[in-house]
Design a protein around this ligand. Structure first.
Ligand code: HEM
Length: 164
């Protein structure tokens, strides 16, 4: 818990609702790989930040850059709302204009969060998005899959990050 209090709003008591996923709080930095059957694969650097304000949600921001050139790539932000029954609701707005309402489950013991899009809005191609986040040995990793109008659900992103 030391890391949590040191990196996330130390003066504001955490709302008990976010305790099961409070291991996310803080800033994470790492690298990812992207691909899809219809595009060339690519590598990226990523920063994630999860913070709280004493309310029953965690605020999330993500930024990415091309690994070799440092050129900015995708960015997104949103809110994570865990519920006492083990379900979780996440809303995300992407720099491309796409918005997601994700629903799923969290496992506080295993530190795994699984999300499945309930709504993908303002998207020309994307029909469905799944996201899985895991914390293993202090390393936060995730996988994002998507389905488009032409392609069934396939991996698009995979990354692993360490707390900074
Ligand atoms: C859930 C999040 C994301 C969604 C829904 C998404 C969606 C898409 C879609 C629909 C395409 C076009 C696929 C096609 O033409 O068949 C695409 C391509 C691409 N995406 Fe993503 N993306 C996401 C996150 C990211 C992130 C985080 C990055 C960078 C770190 C990224 C980088 C790219 C790149 C480089 C391409 C290829 C562009 C091109 O070749 O024209 N995407 N993405």
């Amino acid at each position: 818990m030391e890391g949590v209090t040191a990196t996330a709003s130390p003066d504001i008591p955490m709302h008990p609702a976010i305790a099961p996923i409070s291991y996310l709080l803080g800033t994470w930095k790492g690298q990812g790989e992207g691909g899809f059957p219809t595009i060339n694969s690519f590598s990226y650097v990523e920063h994630l930040n999860f913070s709280h304000s004493g309310k029953p949600f965690i605020a999330y921001t993500q930024k990415t850059w091309k690994l070799n050139s440092g050129e900015p790539m995708h960015a997104e932000s949103g809110f994570w709302r865990p519920k006492p029954d083990g379900s979780i609701e996440v809303v995300i707005s992407q720099s491309t204009g796409l918005v997601e309402v994700q629903k799923g489950t969290y496992d506080a013991e295993e530190k795994v969060i699984k999300l499945q899009s309930e709504l993908v809005g303002n998207a020309s191609k994307v029909r469905e998005i799944t996201r899985v986040f895991k914390l293993v040995d202090e390393e936060l990793s995730y996988e994002v899959q998507m389905a488009t109008n032409l392609t069934s659900l396939q991996p698009h992103l995979k990354a692993s990050l360490k707390r900074i």
